[in-house]
Ligand binder design. Structure first.
Ligand SMILES: [Zn+2]
Length: 78
């Protein structure tokens, strides 16, 4: 689970980008922390970079399908 210390630097949001589930190796438009909906692993991904491929994180068959969901959207000035 993602942690933070200073509350003024994070905000609640209802943006639709948090609802999208991405397949492994998808190139992301939104930088931030993504969470595997199956096993709960979290990874930071920069804008324009790829989400981990299937073999790039430990995910057992009992964890189900690998899908990545944005949980913290890093805001950039440009
Ligand atoms: Zn996983």
């Amino acid at each position: 689970m993602a942690l933070y210390k200073r509350r003024p630097y994070v905000l609640d949001s209802d943006l639709a980008v948090f609802e999208v589930r991405h397949a492994p190796a998808t190139r992301v438009a939104n930088p931030g922390i993504y969470r595997c909906t199956g096993c709960g692993e979290e990874v930071p991904v920069a804008k324009g970079h790829l989400l981990p491929r299937g073999e790039q994180h430990e995910h057992g068959p009992e964890d189900g399908k690998v899908e990545w969901q944005l949980i913290v959207f890093a805001q950039q000035k440009r």
